[in-house]
Design a protein around this ligand. Sequence first.
Ligand SMILES: Nc1ncnc2c1ncn2[C@@H]1O[C@H](COP(=O)(O)OP(=O)(O)OP(=O)(O)O)[C@@H](O)[C@H]1O
Ligand SMILES: [Mg+2]
Length: 260
Amino acid sequence: MPLKLAISGKGGVGKTTLAALLCHLYAREGRRVLAVDADPDANLGSALGVAPQELQRVAPIAGLSDLVRERTGAEPGRPGQFFLLNPRVDDIPERFWLERGGIRLLVMGGVKGGGGGCACPENALVQALLRHLLLERSDTVIVDLEAGLEHLGRGTARGVDALLVVVEPGRRSFQTAASVFRLASDLGVPRVMAVGNKARPGEEEAIRKGVGDIPLLGVLPFDPEAARADLEGLPPHQACPALLRAAAEVKSRLDQSCPG
Ligand SMILES: Nc1ncnc2c1ncn2[C@@H]1O[C@H](COP(=O)(O)OP(=O)(O)OP(=O)(O)O)[C@@H](O)[C@H]1O
Ligand SMILES: [Mg+2]
């Protein structure tokens, strides 16, 4: 089975940037890449370089009321109902992804304020879809998660070959990484590894110390071009060659850790 990867970390550390760089690197190798935006505040598409007009056409799955109702048998947004926990989802990816340069983007969406963990039909559908993507698909799947791992259930976690937790030089991001590491290990994720980001010269050692027992796959430098690219809507693989090089090193270590 091709690689199934999930990316987590504190808000703003660079999860989406790393996810987009890795999607690009795997697609460049000729792999079929499924880029999954599982952050309710979705922006993986723009980091992949998809134009705003095109992104408007990508429907977040959790927001498709008719689909949620049809598949789960329950009314979205209404608490206290029975709904199917195992709805049919295998036909959903093809219907709703956006394909660009060998990368297929799926946007999960989310329940505002509810968190991915809430027991509602929207989340049941999103979680069933994630399980399907991670356990049954023969694509390289890269999931941009939020820090809380709300979307990862026990069943899903075992389908992830590796969870990357992004850290920046800063104690709060190390604390988030430590709790993500514990949670992911409890859920049964087979490998949890850290990737440093936004490291200015001399900060790599602090990152190495900060991640503690979490194996460190690599460190991406602070790159002023990244913020500019974000502002101008350019994908980091085009605008930030230094980040692309560092991400390629992370990828090659990842490929060594997750053979097959
Ligand atoms: N190596 C870097 N050097 C400088 N800026 C960076 C770097 N990586 C990311 N950034 C910038 O930091 C901001 C946050 O990055 P990104 O959106 O990838 O983080 P995130 O963890 O996905 O955030 P969120 O939690 O909001 O989803 C963006 O403006 C991005 O351009
Ligand atoms: Mg993000």
